[in-house]
Design a binder for this molecule. Structure first.
Ligand SMILES: C/C(=C\C(=O)O)C(=O)SCCNC(=O)CCNC(=O)[C@H](O)C(C)(C)COP(=O)(O)OP(=O)(O)OC[C@H]1O[C@@H](n2cnc3c(N)ncnc32)[C@H](O)[C@@H]1OP(=O)(O)O
Length: 372
C-alpha cells in the first residue's frame, strides 16, 4: 500500500504537530550504558585536513605564527611546507569521534596525555579516528550521568600511523536515569569542600624579558628562592561570534548539539549554545604563543573546562611558567631535532572571560627557540 491517495495534509500545522507528538525520534549518539571498559570503536566519519580548513581554524583563533602560513617561514622552522596546526589536528581528531562518544550530550570534563606522534602533518592528509574505552564510572554528584574516559587516536588513513592521541573524559547521560543508582562518593549537599589548600599567591609575579627559551629560564632562576612565580597575562582578547561558535566545530565534523542547536540548548543548564572547548583553549594558547617563539608543541595535560563560554563572551589568556629544561622531559615526536635550537618549557595556561573567571586550564609542554 502507498500513501498516494492519502487525503490528509501532513503539513497542516496542527496535523503536523500531532504527527510529531506520535512519531518516534531516530536518535543519534550513545548513552552511558553503551560503553564498556576495553571496547574499541572505529569512528565512521573521516576528515581531510585541507589547507583551507587549517587556515580558517588558525585565522579565527588568532594562531598567526608565520611558519603555518608562509613557505619561507615554514622552511626556517624545518618544515617542508606550512604544516597542519597542532590545535586544528587535535580538534579534527576529536570532531569525528563525537557522534559515537559524546553527541548524546553531557559535559566535556577534561583531557590529558595529549601527545603528537609525528613531527609534521601536511595538508591533504586524510584522518581516521579510533577510540578505546578506558574507564566508566558513576557520577556521585549527578546520578543521571555516568563518567566515561576514552583514549582516542587520530591516524593517517593511508598508512595507519598515529598522528596524535589523548585521553578525554565526559559526563554522558544515562539511558534510564535512576535516583537509586550506586554512586561512588560525589560531594553531597552540606559537605564542605577541602579548604586545606593555601590560597595565598606569591608576593611577586615575574614576567620574562623576552620570548626565547633563555628568557623563560632566566625568569624561573630569578624566582627561585624568593616568594615569586613567573606568571603574566596576555593582552589580546577574542569575543565569541558566529564564526567561532558553530562554524569551527562543524568544520571538524563535531556534531555535539551544544554548539549548533540553539533550540535544544535553550532547555539546558547553559540556556544557550556553548563554545566548543577546543576553540576556547586554542584562543588562549594563541594568546600565549604570540608572546613566545614556539618551535614545536609536544603535549598537553590536565586540561579542564571550568565554566560555560557563550556568544558575546571574550576569551583572554594567563600563563604561569612551571619549568624549563634544555633536555625534553617528555617524548619528542619522531623527526624533531631540537638540539641547540630549542629547549623545553612547561606552562600552565588559563583561559578567562571578561569577568575574569577561569573557563579553561591546562598544562602545556612546548619547545621554545633559543636565541640565535
Ligand atoms: C560538548 C563538548 C565537546 C564534546 O564532548 O563533544 C564541549 O566542548 S562542551 C564545552 C566545554 N565544556 C563545558 O562547557 C563545561 C564547562 N564546565 C562546567 O560547567 C562545570 O565545570 C562542570 C558542570 C563540567 C563540572 O562542575 P562541577 O560539578 O562543579 O565539577 P566537579 O565536581 O569538579 O566535577 C563533576 C564530576 O566530574 C568528575 N570529573 C571532573 N573532571 C574530571 C576529569 N578530568 N576526569 C575525570 N573525572 C572528572 C568529578 O570527579 C566529579 O565527579 P562526581 O560527579 O562523581 O563527584
Amino acid at each position: 500500500m502507498t500513501d498516494d491517495t492519502d487525503p490528509t495534509d501532513w503539513t497542516d500545522p496542527e496535523t503536523f504537530r500531532a504527527a510529531l507528538d506520535r512519531a518516534e525520534t531516530r536518535e543519534k549518539g550513545n548513552y552511558f550504558e553503551a560503553f564498556a571498559e576495553g571496547d574499541r570503536i572505529e569512528h565512521e566519519p573521516g576528515i581531510r585536513l585541507s589547507r583551507a580548513g587549517n587556515e580558517r581554524w588558525m585565522a579565527q583563533t588568532l594562531n598567526h605564527d608565520p611558519a603555518f602560513w608562509r613557505t619561507d617561514a615554514a622552511a626556517e622552522r624545518g618544515y617542508d611546507e606550512p604544516p597542519i596546526h597542532p590545535d586544528y589536528l587535535l580538534a579534527a581528531t576529536m570532531g569525528p569521534s563525537v557522534e559515537d562518544l559524546s553527541e548524546k550530550g553531557g559535559y566535556f570534563l577534561g583531557r590529558t596525555d595529549v601527545r603528537y606522534r609525528t613531527d609534521a602533518v601536511y595538508p591533504g592528509t586524510e584522518l581516521r579516528v579510533d577510540s578505546t574505552v578506558i574507564e566508566t564510572k558513576a557520577s556521585g554528584s549527578r546520578p543521571e550521568y555516568g563518567i566515561v574516559t576514552w583514549e582516542t587516536t587520530g591516524r593517517d588513513a593511508e598508512t595507519g600511523d598515529a598522528l596524535v592521541s589523548y585521553r578525554r573524559t565526559n559526563m554522558i547521560p544515562r539511558r534510564d536515569p535512576d535516583e537509586s543508582v550506586e554512586t561512588d562518593g560525589g560531594q553531597t549537599a552540606g559537605e564542605q569542600p577541602d579548604t586545606d589548600a593555601d590560597p595565598r599567591l606569591p608576593d611577586e609575579l615575574l614576567t620574562p624579558d623576552g620570548e626565547c627559551f633563555e628568557d623563560f629560564r632566566t625568569a624561573l632562576d630569578d624566582a627561585e628562592g624568593r616568594d615569586a612565580a613567573v606568571a603574566y597575562r596576555h593582552e589580546r582578547g577574542r569575543t565569541i561570534d558566529d564564526a567561532l561558535l558553530a562554524g569551527l566545530p562543524l568544520a571538524t565534523l563535531n556534531t555535539a548539539k551544544q554548539h549548533h542547536d540553539a533550540a535544544a540548548m535553550a532547555d539546558s543548564p547553559s540556556g544557550e549554545s556553548v563554545v566548543y572547548g577546543d576553540v576556547t583553549r586554542s584562543i588562549a594558547l594563541a594568546h600565549a604563543r604570540s608572546d613566545e617563539r614556539t618551535f614545536r608543541e609536544l603535549g598537553y595535560d590536565d586540561e579542564r573546562f571550568h565554566d560555560f563560554v557563550t556568544a558575546g563572551d571574550t576569551i583572554y589568556g594567563f600563563t604561569r611558567v612551571l619549568g624549563a629544561s634544555e633536555t625534553p622531559t617528555i617524548d619528542v615526536p619522531s623527526g624533531v631535532d631540537a638540539t641547540d635550537t630549542a629547549g623545553e618549557v612547561r606552562f600552565q595556561h588559563v583561559a578567562f572571560n571578561q569577568n575574569e573567571e577561569p573557563v579553561y586550564s591546562g598544562t602545556r609542554t612546548a619547545l621554545i627557540e633559543m636565541r640565535d
